[in-house]
Ligand binder design. Structure first.
Ligand SMILES: Nc1ncnc2c1ncn2[C@@H]1O[C@H](COP(=O)(O)OP(=O)(O)O)[C@@H](O)[C@H]1O
Ligand SMILES: [Mg+2]
Length: 337
């Protein structure tokens, strides 16, 4: 412990690390050289379209699946399928959160606690405190298969945290839940992030804003973008786009004036009742708001709702996962199989 401390806070704060993690299934490379770090207190969003390699990466991070090459490190220890000490530091919510339906919530959690080799005398308390953390108290004697999806997911979360892990690996924790249940599960995850490192996979972009300090986007087994939500958003072609609402009868006149402003890449128009919403997309994220505002002020366009776009995550996600990519390294994006 003292030795670790001497190495400084930075090293100590990194609780989860992937180093060039790679997984091949026969000739197919599902995960290809993924490296990432998650610090204490941080929630990392792991994004990508279906089949991108999220679950496979997470299975390697948890020691559930052995990598073809590369390694996963938890609290300074290399995770291997046989390293019980490293695996004990990890809480894992697998995709779909499989549970034993005919057990009660209490029975299932006690079973998981025993599987973690928690001494029998401590199990009731451990189960009670994990259940309390995710507000399961009212359904403890109910069979898991009779619970709503939201409560089932909470049972999965309780099972993931009952051995007090430092690292949580949650594979699509809100998948299949209704909006209220999603909100609830996000709140629980947020509460769990204190003093822990959490990685959550998702293909829901709002989750990144709601929950994540940082996000990594993967596509075909490769990292294609990495940053804070606002950094990622800044890479959107809509960054600094200007949106304004004008009366329908003025729209054409306004659009043709806007086209004459330097640095305008394109103008999108969408009608809203008797008004038209014009979105002016700049070339290279240039700041065009002032120039547009100056002209608007002397042109009687009757503009309402003038706003500057901070950039859009969905746009960045699409660019990164189906277009030419964002970081210019698409020459090494293999895995066309
Ligand atoms: N055991 C396996 N054998 C062969 N291919 C697999 C196996 N597991 C996953 N894959 C493939 O690896 C790719 C990544 O899968 P997965 O990690 O589940 O993606 P994601 O979780 O991002 O949707 C997919 O093409 C999937 O079909
Ligand atoms: Mg998956």
């Amino acid at each position: 412990m003292i030795a670790t401390r001497r190495r400084g806070t930075l090293l100590m704060d990194i609780l989860l690390e992937a180093k060039e993690l790679t997984k091949r299934f026969g000739a197919f490379t599902a995960v290809d050289g993924i490296s990432l770090q998650v610090k204490k207190g941080e929630v990392l969003g792991f994004l990508g379209p279906n089949g991108a390699g999220k679950s496979t990466t997470m299975k390697m991070l948890t020691g559930f699946l052995a990598p073809s090459s590369g390694s996963a490190i938890v609290c300074g220890e290399t995770v291997t399928t046989g390293n019980v000490a490293a695996r004990a530091r990890i809480g894992y919510l697998p995709e779909g959160a499989p549970l034993y339906g005919d057990m009660t919530s209490r029975g299932f959690l006690a079973f998981v606690a025993a599987a973690h080799a928690i001494p029998a005398a401590e199990i009731p308390d451990v189960v009670e405190s994990a259940a309390g953390a995710v507000h399961l108290q009212d359904v403890m004697e109910q069979r898991v298969e009779t619970l709503s999806k939201g409560f089932k997911r909470r049972v999965g979360l309780a099972a993931a945290i009952l051995h007090a892990p430092d690292v949580l690996i949650l594979d699509e924790p809100t998948d299949g839940l209704d909006p209220n249940q999603k909100f609830e599960v996000r709140r629980l995850i947020e509460a769990m992030s204190v003093d822990r490192a959490i990685i959550i996979s998702t293909h829901i972009l709002e989750e990144v804003d709601a929950l994540c300090h940082r996000a990594v986007i993967i596509n075909r087994g490769h990292i294609v973008a990495d940053g804070t939500p606002s950094e990622l958003r800044a890479r959107s072609r809509y960054r600094n786009a200007v949106t304004m609402l004008v009366p329908g009868e003025n729209a054409e006149r306004v659009a043709s004036a806007l086209k004459r402003i330097g640095g305008v890449a394109k103008i999108e128009a969408a009608s809203e009742g008797n008004k038209v919403r014009l979105t002016v997309v700049p070339v290279g994220n240039a700041d065009i708001a002032e120039a547009i505002g100056d002209i608007a002020a002397v042109s009687n366009w009757q503009v309402s709702q003038f706003s500057v776009d901070p950039g859009r995550l969905d746009d960045v996600f699409r660019q990164a996962t189906e277009g030419d990519g964002l970081n210019g390294n698409n020459h090494n994006r293999g895995g066309e199989a």
